[in-house]
Design a binder for this molecule. Structure first.
Ligand code: TIU
Length: 242
């Protein structure tokens, strides 16, 4: 295991702070000014009873467990001045952006677009489609409505990151093996180095979460890196005391 360490270089025109996180399969290095936190789909439809997640037959309480850790990660990113991005899996009211391959999943009376206890399931603007109250976006943060599993597919995310010079992405959210992993794979194909915060992501299937963590960091980090939140904040502590 490597220890968190910090390297700072200063020129006449700018200061660059580089932090190193004790991650797997090895150190994950990032510059705060070029890093974005991407919180995937922490929505009522997935986390609260009566939403899309439960309609698919899942135990949604497994997802609620990570909310305090995601809140702590958000607070850390905001304190450090990272770009903060929130995504919502959502569809247009006429479902024109929801192909049958997606719409026909789950019980017939609880599919995307059908009325549920929190409004139409996974439809933009409905109460169930909102991000849960403890993790609400702040003014100035980016909110991406995505019709697919990946955060880049059919969204403006790539442009938003490019215009800000972002090179590193830190991921959290749900579910680990579906929308989080898909987004990380999309990010890797687009040239981003990504770190998944292990205790800030969850699955309805704990074994799938574990398998995803392992496959992301396998083969030398074929998709990206993983680390617990404590490793990220330890890297910060090293910066402050140097
Ligand atoms: N956000 C996300 O992962 N959407 C899903 O539908 N996930 C499931 O695990 N079903």
């Amino acid at each position: 295991m490597t220890s968190p360490k910090t390297t700072s270089t200063t020129s006449t025109t700018s200061t660059t702070t580089t932090l190193t996180v004790d991650a797997q399969p090895g150190p994950f290095t990032y510059e705060p000014a070029r890093t974005a936190l991407v919180v995937i789909d922490m929505q009522r439809d997935f986390i609260e009873p009566g939403g899309f997640g439960e309609s698919l037959g899942n135990d949604v309480s497994l997802l609620a467990e990570i909310v305090p850790t995601v809140a702590a990660l958000l607070a850390f990113a905001r304190e450090q001045g990272w770009l903060v991005v929130h995504t919502r899996e959502s569809h247009a009211a006429d479902l024109s952006d929801c192909p049958p391959a997606k719409r026909l999943r789950g019980a017939p009376n609880a599919r995307i677009g059908e009325p549920g206890p929190m409004g139409r399931i996974l439809v933009r603007g409905e109460p169930g489609n909102e991000i849960i109250e403890p993790l609400l976006p702040l003014a100035g943060e980016i909110v991406i409505d995505k019709p697919g599993k990946g955060a880049f597919y059919a969204t403006r995310l790539g442009e938003e990151l490019a215009m800000r010079g972002i090179t590193r992405l830190v991921f959290a959210g749900v579910t680990t093996e579906v929308c989080v992993q898909t987004s990380m794979r999309e990010a890797n194909d687009r040239g981003y180095d990504s770190l998944l915060i292990e205790d800030a992501t969850a699955s309805y299937f704990p074994a799938f979460k574990q398998a995803t963590l392992e496959m992301v960091r396998s083969q030398g980090g074929i998709v990206g890196w993983t680390a617990p939140l404590a490793a990220l904040t330890a890297a910060l502590t090293a910066t402050q005391t140097d």
